[in-house]
Design a protein around this ligand. Structure first.
Ligand SMILES: *Cc1c(COP(=O)(O)O)cnc(C)c1O
Length: 367
């Protein structure tokens, strides 16, 4: 009854959503702040007739809106003082939209990575990469991190690979390579292989590699609306890259699902893009909360990896991650722990509001 291939699937496990009581959810890197009120207006005005018709399969207006907002901000919501300007204009033909960046990533794996050589990724990065590699029969080579949790870029480049993928800032460490470090990798990497940087958390880091697109046509940048744009429930991710790469993703999409972004999604995301200040402000708040929370934890004797994201990976000597997770859950807050060597002693905590983090700090101080 079941196809052979089904046996081999190893599905991704998202953050839990238990229903036994109300929890403060700090386990899925969701944004604690509301999306822009302009979205409500846009949806109020949407004609019901629109829902009876198929949406624009290629999200043209949405891609234009995304391009415009990237050009306006320079590619990052809260840019650091030394983030380089884009230096070119991002155009619609450089953008591909999908049903969450998870779906965009699945098309990326399908379109660019072969099975004859390994696909290179850090040992700890987004845990959907091994899932897609398994799904498509791609051999994923996970390169161990350095002892300080930074990426071992030299070892990653030493592999004769079909492609390269990592998150920057990385998850679940929260740590980032600098734009210069990534450019050094691109310089050393074959120009005919696609080099993917997943910038899901880049808006919280101050930096983006988007300016490098001008020089490196094999660079593909993956973004999501889920984290910094408070849009996880609506499902929207996108890729930015050279038009030839975008065309390959479109061909892949049109061989699988013509309409990954529905009419509601397109209309509300366009409205979101018209209110970038709203999101920049929320991002600024999260960064501030993150830095204050990190400092408070360090002051209480915890180890905190330096985060450039909306979460922190933390540990307390002598306490396994699972025990910390359970103690916090018993008090009504969900965080994430990983049943994996090396990071077994850590929990990953999403940055919520100041109020939520205060509550968590009180709990943490008692365990
Ligand atoms: C959250 C996340 C994604 C997925 O985002 P969606 O757009 O919600 O599918 C992709 N990559 C990384 C590194 C993430 O943390």
């Amino acid at each position: 009854m079941f196809a052979q291939r089904l046996k081999n699937l190893k599905p991704y496990k998202p953050g839990e959503q238990p229903k036994d009581r109300e929890y403060i959810k700090l386990n899925a890197n969701e944004n604690p702040y509301l999306p822009s009120p302009k979205i409500k207006d846009a949806l109020k005005d949407i004609e019901l007739q629109k829902l009876a018709l198929y949406p624009d399969p290629d999200s043209h207006e949405l891609k234009k809106a995304i391009a415009k907002s990237l050009n306006k901000t320079g590619g990052v919501l809260v840019p650091a003082a030394d983030q380089k300007p884009l230096g070119f204009e991002i155009t619609e033909d450089m953008i591909f939209c999908g049903n969450g960046s998870d779906e965009v990533l699945s098309f990326v794996f399908y379109a660019f990575f072969d099975s004859d050589k390994p696909l290179v990724s850090p040992e700890f990065s987004y845990s959907f990469y091994p899932v897609y590699a398994g799904y498509y029969g791609i051999n994923l080579l996970k390169v161990p991190l350095n002892a300080d949790f930074t990426l071992n870029t030299k070892a990653m480049l030493d592999v004769d690979s079909t492609g390269m993928i990592f998150a920057n800032p990385n998850a679940p460490t929260g740590m980032a390579l600098s734009v210069d470090e990534i450019e050094a990798m691109l310089k050393a990497y074959p120009k005919d292989k696609v080099f993917v940087v997943d910038e899901a958390y880049t808006d919280f880091s101050g930096y983006t590699v988007l300016p490098l697109l001008k020089k490196y046509e094999n660079l593909l940048v993956i973004r999501t609306f889920s984290k910094s744009m408070s849009f996880a429930g609506m499902r929207l991710g996108f890729a930015v890259g050279a038009p030839a790469l975008i065309q390959a993703l479109t061909t892949t999409k049109n061989s699988f699902n013509h309409f990954p972004t529905d009419a509601f999604c397109q209309a509300s995301a366009i409205a979101a893009c018209s209110d970038i200040e709203w999101y920049s402000e929320n991002c600024r708040k999260i960064i501030k909360t993150r830095d204050a929370f990190s400092k408070a934890l360090v002051d209480s004797g915890w180890n905190v990896l330096p985060s450039k994201t909306n979460f922190v990976l933390v540990s307390k000597d002598g306490m396994p991650g699972k025990a910390v997770y359970e103690a916090i859950k018993a008090k009504g807050i969900l965080v994430r722990y990983f049943d994996i060597d090396v990071i077994r002693d850590f929990v990953r905590i999403t940055i919520g509001t100041d109020e939520q983090m205060e509550k968590l700090l009180e709990i943490i101080r008692t365990i």
